[in-house]
Structures are given as structure tokens and as C-alpha cells.
Design a protein around this ligand. Sequence first.
Ligand SMILES: [Ca+2]
Ligand SMILES: [Ca+2]
Ligand SMILES: [Ca+2]
Length: 272
Amino acid sequence: MSGHCSSCGCHETCGCHKVIVNCGQGGGPTTTPATEPPPTQETPPPVETKPTPVCTMARVDFVTLRVSDDAEWGAGDWTLVLEANGIQEIKEYPDNFIDDDDGIPYDIGVSINVPIDQFTSELRVKVSGYERDSGFNGENDILPVAQRTWSKAQDFGIGQTFDVSANNDDAAYSVTARISCARQSSMVLSRSQLVRSSTWRLDREILKLAKHKKPPIEITDALALNQSIRSLERKGWKLKTVSENEFIFEGLGRVPSLRMNDPRKPRKKKGD
Ligand SMILES: [Ca+2]
Ligand SMILES: [Ca+2]
Ligand SMILES: [Ca+2]
């Protein structure tokens, strides 16, 4: 191939493809005249953000217990069974600790981490337990089951604080629980995606400036990149690492979708 170059008469450093394009006159071998790329529109790079999981580990905090019937003549002896997607923790209160006459919330202070992967369809928060009885008092009193299920569509209840309550003949109570994301997921974006998602906004900004007869700003890749990073930060996604062309963000909540083009279609003139 380099032989083509020299016979073309171009200076030595030129590449073969350039030779044919630049030195057509009179010249060198025209073996492959169609080397110039066809004038097709540059296909836009894939614009979707990678569908990484939003939260890979949810945390359910069982915060407080309120009791309106303690299942005992005096104060009750409660054992709570706390559950999130089948993972159990036991909270045992001391004897005579739970008294519906108190009318106060009792601390629970139990957290359960629930892994979330692509097969997880829901997050079920469940409370059950018993009021301890023995001897003269007979068998334990079974506490009614209080539960709530959050679907994947509800983002597994992440960010929610809520009460579950239940009652039966023996006992009545409610538990306040809170779901948060314990492990943040990451989002990987390329430099060109980040630049592109801000460039059209900056373009629009320039039009606005022109309309108000203000001096234009110079759009550079660095400026656009910086704008995108800051905009993601405002949405709760922090730039964690940059490796080669990949920008890795960590955040909470839904992965934001980046808009790559101006959603406003250019206005058509009448008659078009
Ligand atoms: Ca009892
Ligand atoms: Ca009582
Ligand atoms: Ca008891």
C-alpha cells in the first residue's frame, strides 16, 4: 500500500486513502476510486444509558412499634419477628416492657438488607411475633401478621416510610418501617454521550442569547461535558471514576435518562 503512496507523488507522510483523494490529477494509481466514504449521515451513537440496576441492595429499617393491645392483663412480654423478603430478624423486648397503657412508641432498631437483582419482583415487609406466656398463663399469644408488599414498579418502596398494622383477638399494633437503598448502583456513560447531551442545550442557549442580542458563548466539548456532569450531580449522581472514555457515576434512585437531542422539533414554515 505504501507503494501507492510514493507513486502518487504525495509527500511521504500521507496515508494511502488521502493519496487517492488528494492526488487525483494526472496521477497515481486509481485502483480504488471509491475510497471516499459515501456521504451518508453519520449514524448517531447509541443514546440509551446502560440499564444498570438502580439499587442492588435495599435496606428495611424497622423503626418503631406502637401497641394498642399488648395481649396481657398487665404489661406484655413481646417478641417481634421482623421480615423482609423472607430474611428474618428477631426483636425480643424484656418481660413486662410492652404496655398499651404507655401509649408510647417503642424503638425497634432492626435493619434488614435485601439484595435486589434482575429477578427480584417485589419487596415484602412482614411483622409477626408472639406475646410470651407460660405456665399459669398458658401458651404464647400469637401476634397478628402485619405486612406490606412493594412491587418493582414501585421501586421496591425505596424512599418510603410507612406503617404496617394488624390486630386479632389478643393483640393490636402497628410498626413504622422505612426502606432505603443500602448499596448504590452505578451508571456508565461515555464522553461523547455526556458531551452530546449538553451540546444541544448549549446550542439553544446561544439562540436565546442571540435573540436578546447578547454575546454568544463558545461551545466546547469541555464546557458541554462539564455541564452534563453538573446536571447529573443535581440529580443525585456523582462522578466517581473516569477510566479512558467511560465516566462512572454513582447515585441513588432511578438512573436518569439522558436526552441527546432537542425534543422540540424545528418549527416548520407555513406551506412546508
Ligand atoms: Ca398473654
Ligand atoms: Ca395490658
Ligand atoms: Ca405474658
